[in-house]
Write a protein that binds this ligand. Structure first.
Ligand code: NGQ
Ligand code: ZN
Length: 461
């Protein structure tokens, strides 16, 4: 796909690393980064002119294939209490049916939707590796290649996170039948990662990381071995993502196994630092929250999926008070809008604390500004990309919004973000990824074709 790539764009209002600015000319270098920012500028001839420009949002956690089952698990099984674990069984059943072609088509359609809602990068926590019978494909990278192809067709930046999955629960329990498409041993996993580094290590638009699925699904020995292997694979600085404490049962099982809670166990056994992104740190104690914030890890929060699956609520108020860094993820992809994730993040806090304006501070009193800026910055860090802010040297990942809505037209500064987050449906008109204009006037070039394919897949579900 050939994308238009202007040398500069002009914004009447933009949120830059220096705060809100008016009449800004944002220069874009040939390397896809922001070359310079000129305030109180004039729009040069030929440069696109926009009313409102914001940094692109990072989506730190996606399982793309689950997009195709969105809306199909909201019905009771009638067998008692439906919960996360019963949903997971349904999801496994669904996973069995998917071919490589399906996986690529679903990813492509999803990534177009993500772009159209303002996400410019996605962390794909990719764990379906083998065929429906658990048999490895002829090429170890078959399904990773499908995800990469899906992302590259759309222009979204992909942080590809191949998942290590080997056990069914803590203590080395065997993986069950539903999990056999996911399973690698340490050797085969490292082969996969090595092959991916060879293929995509230097590719444009791709960052490689790793993802030990969870402490439930990876043994301590394997985790140790994989982490030790990273420098030799040229991945010493790569993002490391892991599901950490999503369900209470998971925490109880971990205590049964190790006498420690999952986050506690991880901190005591590994040097968890800024490379780490802890997905669903839902059930964490005050101590764990402080340790996460102190060691510079990012927490990957997926508020709509966590609500959808009945997980619980992350102690976000406490975590933000100790300057913890977070990103947001669409996870099961029931929701593709960063705005909805951030809104729910604040509303969950209001509902449990019975207060208002919880996730903000004296320094940044606006909830919209606090959540948007922190999720963009923390998310970019977790995806291993220099993005998340409109600043020279950062990637030119940006979203353009319409200010036509009566509630937006006259607003300035953080009130814009508060209105977008709480009061109107944000209308994203254009999206730039590394300077390439991948959404133009609300449209992605492949959207109709991709939607047709996704539609055909839903007929099989
Ligand atoms: C996943 N999803 O990997 O897709 C998981 C379910 C598991 C979420 N955790 C599987 N939301 O955690 O075992
Ligand atoms: Zn997940």
């Amino acid at each position: 796909m050939q994308w238009e790539r202007p040398n500069a764009l002009f914004a009447r209002k933009a949120l830059t690393s220096q705060g809100w600015q008016r009449d800004v000319l944002i220069g874009i270098g040939s390397d896809g980064t922001i070359a310079g920012i000129e305030k109180a500028a004039k729009a040069p001839p030929g440069a696109p002119v926009f009313d409102l420009v914001l940094p692109g949002m990072a989506n730190v956690h996606s399982h793309a294939f689950q997009r195709a089952m969105a809306g199909l698990t909201e019905i009771t099984s009638g067998k008692g209490r439906d919960n996360f674990w019963s949903w997971r069984e349904t999801m496994y059943g669904f996973t069995r049916k998917l071919t490589p072609e399906h996986i690529e088509a679903i990813a492509r359609a999803l990534y177009i939707d993500l772009l159209k809602h303002g996400y410019t990068a996605v962390g794909e926590f990719h764990y379906v590796h083998h065929d429906g019978n658990g048999k490895p494909y002829a090429s170890i990278t078959e399904l990773s290649d499908r995800i990469v192809a899906g992302a590259q067709a759309t222009g979204i930046h992909l942080t590809h996170l191949p998942v290590m999955y080997e056990t069914g629960n803590f203590g080395g329990a065997a993986a069950n039948d539903g999990q056999k498409r996911f399973v690698h041993n340490a050797d085969s996993y490292l082969q996969l990662v090595e092959a991916l580094v060879k293929k995509y290590g230097k590719a444009d638009g791709i960052t490689l990381g790793i993802a030990p699925h969870s402490l439930r699904a990876v043994t301590p020995q394997t985790l140790q071995r994989i982490l030790e292997a990273l420098p030799g694979l040229d991945l010493a600085d790569c993002p490391i993502h892991m599901h950490i404490a999503e369900q209470e049962k998971e925490v109880e099982d971990c205590i049964g196994w190790s006498k420690q809670r999952p986050a506690e166990w991880l901190f005591d056994h590994h040097q968890v630092d800024k490379h780490w992104c802890l997905i669903h740190a839902t059930h964490t104690t005050s101590d764990e929250v402080i340790r996460m914030a102190k060691n510079g890890a990012t927490v990957g929060l997926c508020p709509t999926t966590e609500a959808n699956l009945g997980d619980g609520i992350f102690p976000a108020e406490q975590y933000l008070k100790v300057q913890g860094s977070f990103g947001i993820g669409s996870d099961s992809n029931v929701c593709v809008s960063p705005w909805e994730e951030l809104r729910l993040m604040e509303y969950a806090q209001r509902l449990i604390t019975r207060k208002r304006t919880v996730l903000c501070s004296e320094a940044t009193p606006s909830v919209g500004r606090t959540l948007f800026a922190q999720a963009a910055g923390g998310g970019a860090k977790a995806l291993g990309i220099r993005a998340g802010e409109i600043a020279p040297g950062r990637r030119a990942d940006m979203m353009v919004l319409s200010t036509n809505h009566a509630l937006l037209a006259e607003k300035d500064g953080d009130a814009i973000l508060d209105t977008l987050l709480f009061a109107v449906t944000p209308a994203i008109t254009d999206v730039f990824v590394a300077g390439k204009r991948v959404v133009t006037n609300g449209r992605h070039a492949l959207e109709e074709e991709s939607a047709q394919q996704l539609r055909a897949i839903t007929r099989l579900c």
